[in-house]
Design a protein around this ligand. Structure first.
Ligand code: GTR
Length: 423
């Protein structure tokens, strides 16, 4: 029952505002316009990138700057963790299989305070463990059926069918997203799961008076400047702050953090991985437009559609590219190239046309040039692999059967990919 309710809610989220604009949406390959992608190894001044040094010192920073100013927006200042509170820890989670730890990270500036709750399940070993770090959509209590998990007190989008009323969760909300988080499999495979709720950092609504954004406002400022961060960059910033904490946690191997996200949170994971090279692995689960998918294909969700449905996700400069993707100095394969040389996994689903699976695959394929320049195998597939036939080089990719979701199958591939690169 809970699952059906959660599915209806997600369908609502996905169809939401965008449905009105879907009439002209491209959903057949034959309708994709001709397009020319910027080459990953050609600089904006036209010169070719031929060495690792030029990639690292020139091309990578230049591409990063364009994504910062034109797409996601720059973080306007610095703010570290003011305080850490440990709520509880237990050696008896999952029937004694795992450690559970719940902490809060506090951020303070002037009279503003922000609290980010972190839930961790870790394998019980004396060694530091590699972890998957991932945002969830409705709070940590939704991730796993464990009465010890604190209910989030943050604003959450209403969904009465899982007990979210007046933007507050209730006991009924517990474990409502458990299908997405195979905690036991993750822990048994030797990985920790570090779960955070994205709304702790910035509630997902077109309102810049809440979350982290106002911490950096100058006098009388009420929203970020045209080249400053939208919500995706704020969520990415939050992932980096959690990484700051993980670097101090004696149980975690902070050199092995795989940052993972589904859908809009996949966009945030990719941007976090691009902007912060401490993330040793990046996993994009069906991140689509503004994530792994190529914008110039205009297949499924387009720049105009996403900017209209979610005006708060990107920086205001990104509006210039509504129906004007060709003028974007970059495309999303260059975002993926920014992850090099670190392992990157891009996943699609057959039933998730909105996210343009082929555009996600091609993006991963064209990002490979950066990996190859650095002496690594990029994506070991020239053509799109068949359904449920994952490929794994330093870039991994799969398209699975099923709908837009984060499934056990997806996790099984991510665990294999982590085994390949972390063990
Ligand atoms: C959709 C949006 C997508 C994707 C998805 C999600 O409505 O169009 O870009 O982010 O939401 O996050 O579930």
């Amino acid at each position: 029952m809970k699952n059906i309710a959660a599915l209806l809610f997600l369908t609502f989220l996905t169809l939401g505002n965008a449905s009105a604009q879907r009439e002209n949406v491209i959903s057949e390959e034959s309708k994709v316009p001709e397009y020319k992608l910027p080459d990953v190894l050609t600089r904006f001044n036209g010169k070719k990138v031929k060495s690792e040094k030029v990639w690292l010192k020139k091309q990578r920073p230049e591409i990063l700057k364009v994504f910062t100013n034109e797409v996601y927006g720059k973080v306007p200042g610095e703010l570290g963790i003011s305080d850490v509170k440990v709520w509880e820890s237990s050696e008896e989670a999952l029937g004694g299989l795992a450690r559970r730890k719940q902490i809060s990270l506090f951020f303070d500036k002037d009279d503003r305070h922000l609290e980010v709750n972190v839930l961790m399940y870790l394998p019980k070993t004396t060694e530091k463990v590699p972890v998957f770090l991932a945002y969830n959509f409705t709070g940590n209590h939704a991730v796993f059926n464990d009465p010890a998990i604190r209910l989030t007190e943050s604003w959450v989008a209403n969904n009465p069918s899982v007990g979210i009323i007046n933007n507050q969760v209730t006991e009924q909300s517990r474990a409502s997203a458990e299908d997405r988080w195979p905690v036991e499999e993750i822990v048994k495979a030797g990985y920790g799961l570090v779960a955070i709720y994205y709304g702790d950092v910035d509630p997902d609504k077109n309102d810049f008076s809440d979350g982290i954004h106002p911490f950096f406002y100058q006098q009388n400022q009420v929203s970020p400047k045209f080249n400053e961060w939208g919500s995706i960059a704020a969520w990415a910033w939050g992932l980096s702050r959690v990484a700051d904490y993980l670097e101090q946690d004696p149980m975690v191997d902070a050199k092995k953090i795989a940052v993972l996200g589904h859908s809009r949170l996949g966009k945030a994971a990719l941007w976090a991985g691009a902007a912060d090279q401490r993330f040793a692995m990046v996993i994009s689960n069906e991140s689509g437009c503004g994530g792994a998918a190529l914008s110039r294909r205009k297949f499924g969700e387009t720049v105009r559609i996403i900017n209209t449905s979610f005006p708060h996700w990107f920086c205001d400069n990104f509006l210039k590219y509504n129906d004007n993707e060709e003028q974007l100095p970059v495309d999303q394969h260059q975002l993926l190239a920014l992850i090099a040389p670190r392992p990157l996994y891009v996943a699609s689903a057959e039933g998730d046309k909105w996210a343009d699976p082929r555009g996600e695959f091609l993006s991963a394929k064209y990002a490979s040039a950066a990996y190859e320049l650095l002496g690594l195998e990029g994506l070991p597939a020239k053509e799109m692999p068949g359904i449920n036939q994952p490929v794994m080089g330093t870039i991994g990719y799969h398209i699975r059967t099923g709908k837009h979701d984060l499934s056990l199958y997806d996790w099984q591939q991510y665990i294999k990919f982590a085994d390949k690169h972390f063990k």
